[in-house]
Design a binder for this molecule. Structure first.
Ligand code: SAM
Length: 282
């Protein structure tokens, strides 16, 4: 898989991609990340990438021409060429404009992108990017949250990070990115066998299923007078799974109740949530 990042600050990415999982994935060749300096695709002596907005108003706008020419200059072989928007296979390639006006980037988006061969991330600056980039070049606009950043670079780094760790082989254990916050459901609602694993051993983060992860503890068992919950030291795997599920539900209710409306909940989940005062709206 290859990411192409278009930016006026290519050096921005030397830090974020040089550590841990991401750096390993790049070094081992599981993912390629290329940054492209938009100023290299300008034709004037000042290497101008922006201009004043038509209609007046504050600030400057990134011009479309360097962005189009940059993408058109990608390698001539099939693995790097980005097809024109009208013929692009958007299950294999996606051109994404980072924008506060975009659709929310979520774990589901990261899963979708992780299956692609090429993802192009266009980082805006100033007041934003000429709208013709969205209309004629980009497949989608993505936002990483309801706030305004000064540029798309941080958003691009976040999208690369969240996506790369979902590429098979990047994390040491295949289940690590499955049983975590927002993870895919491993059971259906009302499944009578909810929570059981074939070998009876609890998953590392069992049962996220669209909700938040449960609390984790490590050594020492007693830290400054606060012991770990008894159940975790008892060796009863079924009891541990049960407790983890309840803690994940409680944390989701506390911090992200909006997720509960969409999560596949069992009858037991709902009964437990009711004891915490949760009342589903529908
Ligand atoms: N005038 C724009 C608006 O009000 O929506 C804000 C432009 S912002 C200062 C400059 C650039 O930062 C944007 O073009 C975009 O690439 C990036 N950006 C800002 N907020 C973002 C967000 N929440 N998600 C993704 N990119 C963002």
């Amino acid at each position: 898989m290859r990411f192409n990042i278009l930016t006026i600050f290519p050096d921005f990415f030397t830090g974020p991609f040089d550590h841990g999982v991401l750096s390993r994935a790049i070094t081992t060749g599981l993912v390629e990340v290329a940054t492209h300096d938009l100023r290299a695709f300008t034709h004037d002596r000042h290497r101008t990438v922006d201009d004043r907005p038509f209609g007046g108003g504050e600030g400057m706008v990134l011009k479309p021409q360097p962005i189009f020419e940059c993408i058109e200059a990608f390698g001539a072989d099939e693995t790097t060429t980005i097809a024109p928007k009208s013929t692009r296979d958007t299950t294999r390639q996606s051109v994404i404009l980072l924008s506060a006006q975009g659709r929310p980037f979520t774990q589901a988006t990261a899963h979708r992108l992780a299956k692609m061969e090429q993802v192009v991330l266009i980082c805006g600056r100033y007041e934003g990017v000429d709208e013709r980039v969205s209309d004629l070049l980009a497949d989608e606009e993505l936002s990483i949250g309801d706030y305004v950043l000064s540029g798309g670079e941080l958003a691009a780094a976040i999208i690369v990070d969240a996506t790369v760790r979902l590429i098979p082989g990047v994390l040491g254990h295949a289940d690590s990115n499955r049983y975590e916050s927002f993870g895919v459901a491993d059971h259906q609602p009302e499944d009578p066998d909810d929570g059981k694993t074939a070998d009876g051993v609890p998953r590392s983060t069992h049962g996220a299923g669209g909700i938040l992860d449960y609390p984790h503890y490590t050594r020492p068992a007693d830290f400054r007078g606060t012991p770990i919950p008894d159940v975790l030291a008892g060796g009863d795997h079924a009891a541990i799974r049960h407790w983890r599920r309840q803690m994940a539900l409680a944390k989701t209710l506390r911090n992200r109740p909006d997720l509960l409306a969409r999560a596949p909940l069992t009858r037991e989940d709902r009964a437990y949530l009711a004891t915490l005062g949760y009342r589903p709206t529908s």
